[in-house]
Design a binder for this molecule. Structure first.
Ligand SMILES: [Zn+2]
Length: 158
């Protein structure tokens, strides 16, 4: 990274600090030419992950998409933006545990549901109805009952 003062390419790192949650690193640098100091912030922009859709299509993982559908499920519910942010952070940390390069949409849906359930049951049901194609009321109830086993997601074999 070039020095912002003199545009020199040679800089050295004099201090490096990771954020508490480990999602970013702040580095203090010094230019080798003009000796001025500046900071850089390194953050994860994109996960190297693909999504496998139920029709067999593969697409790039897009966290914004998940965010939009959660916002939609939370519409008109007494949920604060802060609560939604927490849900999103928890989902993202679930996703980061995955050791696969391709993640089926059904698994993403389960992660969303598991995290949404703790915040608001109606938002949880709304999300479940929109994103799972239930054939009948019986299927729906069966699936909802299965959601109680969410604690045991096996990140290595899904
Ligand atoms: Zn410089």
């Amino acid at each position: 990274m070039n020095c912002p003062y003199c545009n020199c390419e040679e800089t050295k790192v004099i201090d490096s600090r990771e954020s508490k949650d480990g999602s970013s690193i702040k580095r203090r640098r010094e230019c080798l030419k003009c000796e001025k100091r500046f900071s850089t912030l390194e953050k994860i922009l994109k996960l190297d992950l693909e999504v496998l859709k139920s029709n067999g299509d593969v697409e790039e993982f897009n966290f914004q998409k998940i965010k939009r559908s959660i916002m939609k499920a939370c519409e008109k519910r007494p949920i604060t933006l802060e609560q939604i942010e927490v849900v999103l952070e928890n989902i993202l940390s679930d996703i980061k545990k995955i050791e696969l390069q391709q993640l089926p949409t059904t698994q993403i849906g389960k992660m969303v549901l598991r995290n949404l359930k703790e915040v608001d049951e109606i938002a949880f049901l709304k999300f479940a109805i929109v994103h799972n194609n239930y054939g009948s009321m019986k299927d729906f109830i069966g699936e909802i009952e299965k959601l109680n086993d969410f604690e045991q997601i096996d990140y290595k074999s899904i």
